[in-house]
Ligand binder design. Structure first.
Ligand SMILES: [Mg+2]
Length: 375
């Protein structure tokens, strides 16, 4: 029962990617403490020395993180008392947990790689994709005009327009990492050793990890359905072009079929930027792109990554009247609470000022005698 409760709580904390104490909360669970709870789950039933050492290190690290987060909560309380606007508070706030704890699985990884909930979300997205692609192919066959979902040059997120399709053959464009492939080997290594992302290590993973990935649930079926309907499948990814053969092997090994470097596998060339608009435009020159699939907003348009796009601005754009109708109807988003552009923002950016709540019982709980549980 304890394990269930702990796991549940971790998923909640991780799904929101929030590590900070909420104002007014007496005993919110900081990530450090959550990591200790996660350790209890991960190490249940194991008693070898290595595990004990890892547990000890995890507890030490968790205590350190808790201290840091208590200090941060106090700083925020003080800033609020002094009337510093939330936006300014957020500028100095850490956006992510300060460091992972070796031997524990961060909540985001538990959710994405381990939970049935994430598998269900992915299957939902891919089932919708397959239906959309079949409908597009049927329309084309019936002589009904099919629309591209690639934004045309000159578009803005408030005023999007799309490239012309004419009679170009149909295609879908998919990102790779955490969109069609789950990088289990790489992430397991990060979790076990308590590491943060490292570019050189990632490149070694690209080159040697082909056999340690899984397809995202639903991807194989949807991609097979697209190919069966005569729709081309193109991957645009910021994996490095130098590792293209290894990435093609990883895709094929995961059951996602053949991808041809430079044709249906468009990776990031050495020295090129991480934007994908140019590569999307390249595909749209020869194909009518009826679906974009990704786990980051940049998989749909570079406009989401423009300078000055705060978390609130990105969310407003994605949920705005011009863009929102695309989700599930040409643009298909997969969950990723592990890394990426969605994991940003302090309290002032994540929570609107008019939706802040102070627990009316907090003062009474703070006055409770020592030893009284505050949760
Ligand atoms: Mg991705």
């Amino acid at each position: 029962m304890m394990m269930l409760r702990a796991g549940h709580r971790l998923a909640l904390v991780g799904a929101a990617a929030v590590s900070l104490l909420l104002p007014g909360c007496v005993a919110a669970v900081p990530v450090g403490a959550a990591a200790v709870i996660g350790k209890n789950v991960m190490f249940a039933g194991s008693d070898d020395d290595q595990t004990k050492d890892a547990e000890k290190a995890a507890r030490k690290q968790a205590r350190k993180l808790e201290r840091e987060q208590r200090r941060e909560a106090k700083r925020r309380e003080k800033a609020e008392e002094e009337g510093i606007p939330p936006a300014l508070q957020a500028m100095t706030a850490p956006a992510r947990p300060s460091s992972p704890v070796a031997g524990t699985v961060p909540a985001g990884m538990q959710y994405l790689y381990g939970s049935g909930e994430a598998a269900a979300l992915s299957s939902q997205a891919y089932r919708a994709l397959a239906q959309h692609v079949r409908a597009s192919a049927d329309y084309r066959q019936a002589g009904i005009e099919v629309a591209s979902v690639v934004l045309a040059p000159g578009s803005s997120l408030a005023s999007p327009h799309f490239v012309e399709c004419g009679a170009k053959p149909l295609a879908i464009v998919l990102d790779i990492d955490e969109t069609v492939l789950l990088n289990l080997g790489y992430e397991a290594d990060e979790a076990a050793r308590g590491l943060s992302y490292d570019d050189a290590r990632w490149r070694r993973w690209e080159a040697t990890g082909a056999g340690k990935v899984d397809p995202v649930p639903g991807a194989v079926e949807a991609i097979n359905a697209a190919r069966k309907a005569g729709v081309a499948v193109v991957y645009i990814s910021n994996r490095t072009a130098a590792n293209a053969p290894a990435t093609a092997r990883a895709l094929e090994g995961a059951g996602l079929g053949k991808a041809i470097p430079g044709e249906t596998l468009l990776l990031k060339e050495e020295g090129a930027g991480s934007g994908k608009d140019m590569r999307r435009a390249q595909v749209a020159e020869t194909h009518c792109v009826v679906a974009l699939v990704g786990d980051q907003l940049g998989d749909f348009s570079d406009l989401f990554s423009a300078a000055g796009m705060t978390p609130a601005a990105r969310r407003a754009a994605a949920d705005g009247i011009q863009i929102e109708p695309l989700w599930g109807a040409g643009w298909f988003m997969l969950p990723n609470p592990v890394y990426g552009s969605g994991l940003k923002g302090g309290i002032g950016e994540v929570f609107p000022a008019n939706r802040r709540w102070t627990d009316p019982g907090a003062a009474a709980a703070a006055d409770a005698p020592a030893g009284t549980l505050k949760e």
